[in-house]
Design a protein around this ligand. Structure first.
Ligand SMILES: *Cc1c(COP(=O)(O)O)cnc(C)c1O
Length: 397
């Protein structure tokens, strides 16, 4: 669905920003509407996705992961095979082209683990634009490899020292920078979050995942999936694949959040599962906050899911019941990470491992008539050091 004219999905979304950004968001919305109505814009986007990103990504039938557990076929949408290793590039290509069309010479981005920063820097290099990335100072240290890659790609990385020195603070700083330089600067947001029109725009750029998966399913199996599963951080890979199936009432949609150490304690990142309604980074949605409305510190084993908010369209899908949101702990995700590697020859991103873990639970209630599609949002190369230092001697039994 499209948000209403004020940018709301039901009661979620909107545009909660300081006055200086209202004009910039209106300018962006106008340019976006024009671009979306121009077939030449989509032709260029599709050509880059084909030749630079490597789309369409395969829909792969995993043979062994569910063996002995369920007869339900398991299909993996292989976003891990995209250039730069995840779905994020679909969105940065789209926003980069829009920035170019608007005549902006500089693009800025926030990044937590560095994945969105790398995807933005990649597109900046390709399109010949100046890129400034804002990153929490503590993340700059933890993610030194991605910082180096962004520099290789010609981007400048700016450590943000306020607050907890992580993604939430980097996002605040990117908004401040945008407000100060709206004339020549385009802000590339990395998920379906932020003020209107970002949640809608980013979903439209990620929708290619769901559109491809739907036609791949029909071509190969002659039927639609029974279930579509994706992990939810900000929610862009999930909205992207859900968008292909949301109008098919028989297809159940499952969003998997990071429970961290569990939904009950303070060490979680499950905004829909353990949060409440409030405003964060320009829109109304669910977020993890304390009784005074202070944004909570979050925890997840996977940096890409470690965010206190979630896109407003997910809040809407939860409220209407069209999608169901569940949560998977660090330990369950890690188990799925090892299992997919050993049984399928695919090392998933820790984020995607959350979706893989839930697929195994769901499969117990499904059989051969069903079809389970999991969005494998990214590859695990970036997580190897982290897992290896925790489990130095892990090997196949
Ligand atoms: C960033 C990231 C995510 C989380 O972001 P969403 O916007 O929720 O998709 C999930 N998986 C991978 C591989 C990522 O890099």
């Amino acid at each position: 669905m499209r948000p209403d004219s004020r940018g709301y999905f039901g009661e979620f979304g909107g545009r909660f920003v300081p006055e200086v950004l209202v004009g910039a968001l209106e300018e962006l919305e106008l340019a976006m509407n024009e671009a979306f109505a121009d077939p030449a814009f989509w032709e260029e986007y599709e050509a880059i996705l084909r030749d630079f990103v490597g789309r369409p990504s395969p829909l792969y039938a995993a043979q062994r992961y569910l063996a002995g557990i369920s007869a339900a076929p398991l299909l993996l949408k292989r976003e891990d095979l995209n250039h730069t290793g995840a779905h994020k590039i679909n969105n940065t290509v789209g926003q980069g082209l829009l920035a170019q069309r608007m005549g902006k010479r500089r693009i800025i981005a926030e990044t937590g683990a560095g994945q969105h920063g790398v995807a933005t820097a990649t597109v900046g290099a390709k399109l010949g634009m100046t890129v400034d990335v804002f990153m929490g100072a503590s993340d700059v240290e933890r993610q030194a490899l991605n910082v180096y890659i962004m520099n290789l790609l010609g981007a400048r990385v700016h450590p943000v020292t306020g607050g907890t020195q992580t993604l939430k603070d980097a996002t605040n700083e990117a908004f401040r920078q945008w407000a100060a330089h709206v004339e020549d600067t385009f802000y590339v947001i990395g998920s379906v979050v932020g003020a209107h029109p970002y949640p809608y725009m980013v979903r439209e750029f990620q929708k290619v995942i769901g559109v491809e998966a739907r036609s791949q399913c029909l071509a190969r199996y002659g039927r639609l999936p029974s279930d579509v599963i994706a992990c939810v951080g900000g929610g862009s890979n999930a909205m992207g694949i859900f968008a292909g199936f949301v109008d098919d009432p028989g297809v159940r949609l499952w969003g998997v959040e990071a429970a961290g150490e569990g939904l009950e304690g303070a060490h979680t990142a499950a905004s829909l599962g353990a949060g409440s309604v409030g405003v964060l980074h320009g829109s109304r949605s669910y977020l993890l906050q304390d009784a005074d409305g202070q944004v909570s510190e979050t925890h997840s084993i996977s940096a890409g899911l470690d965010y206190p908010g979630v896109g407003p369209e997910h809040a809407y899908l939860k409220q209407t019941g069209r999608a169901t949101y569940v949560a998977v702990t660090d330990a369950q995700a890690l188990e799925a990470f090892f299992a997919l590697a050993a049984l399928e020859g695919i090392v998933p991103a820790l984020e995607s491992a959350h979706a893989i873990a839930f697929a195994r639970e769901l499969a117990l209630e499904r059989d051969s008539d069903d079809l389970i599609v999991v969005n494998l949002s990214g590859r695990g190369d970036k997580d190897i050091d982290q897992v290896r230092s925790a489990y130095p001697s892990r090997s196949a039994e």
